[in-house]
Design a protein around this ligand. Structure first.
Ligand code: COA
Length: 161
């Protein structure tokens, strides 16, 4: 698929930082496939179907964004989907080393695959899903961290945890 990009991640749950990457990628590419990792070694708080649902709701205004689940290697999934670009968000220098390693490993596994980095805006570079989970599960205000349309669902779910 030409001019398509995969944005992979755990999205446990989606945050405004993720949405910013999706919005900017959707302006650059004809199609953005947001790919939720199913077989993560992390123990996710939100199930795969919850994470996909939340992403679908958060991106419903974007016509060129698709939400999908994937298993196994990202490099193989990209090949299977006929996509030759991955987009990742870079929040701080601390993200760089890990992302750089992954980009090189993915390129070794699939030489056609390019990794493109989108830098976070300064007001969102501190944000992570685990921060949202921790603050939300302790009753704190997460309205500055998650898309407004999924805020209540995330709050309700984290309080039930
Ligand atoms: N805004 C907000 N948070 C962001 C963010 C952004 N722009 N970019 C990353 N994050 C946060 C995430 O919320 C997450 O936070 P948490 O750890 O507090 O939950 C953290 O950064 C890590 O992001 P995650 O979505 O887990 O992605 P990852 O960088 O760990 O990579 C995959 C996940 C799916 C891309 C990777 O594990 C993968 O490719 N797996 C498939 C198996 C594979 O191919 N392995 C070989 C890879 S070389």
């Amino acid at each position: 698929m030409r001019n398509a990009v995969i944005y992979p991640g755990s999205f446990d749950p989606v945050t405004l930082g993720h949405l910013q990457v999706i919005r900017r990628a959707a302006r650059m590419f004809d199609r953005v496939i947001v790919a939720v990792l199913i077989n993560s070694s992390k123990n996710p708080t939100f199930s795969v179907s919850e994470r996909i649902d939340l992403l679908q709701q958060a991106t419903e205004d974007f016509e060129n964004v698709e939400i999908a689940g994937f298993n196994g290697l990202l490099a193989a999934y990209a090949r299977e989907r006929g996509v030759t670009a991955i987009v990742k968000g870079l929040r701080a220098v601390s993200d760089f080393e890990y992302e750089f390693q992954m980009a090189i490993a993915n390129k070794k596994l699939n030489p056609d695959l390019e990794t493109i980095f989108i830098t976070a805006d300064s007001d969102l570079m501190y944000l992570s899903s685990s921060m949202v989970r921790e603050i939300g599960s302790m009753g704190g205000d997460i309205s500055h961290f998650v898309p407004a349309c999924v805020h209540d669902r995330i709050v309700e779910r984290l309080r039930k945890k």
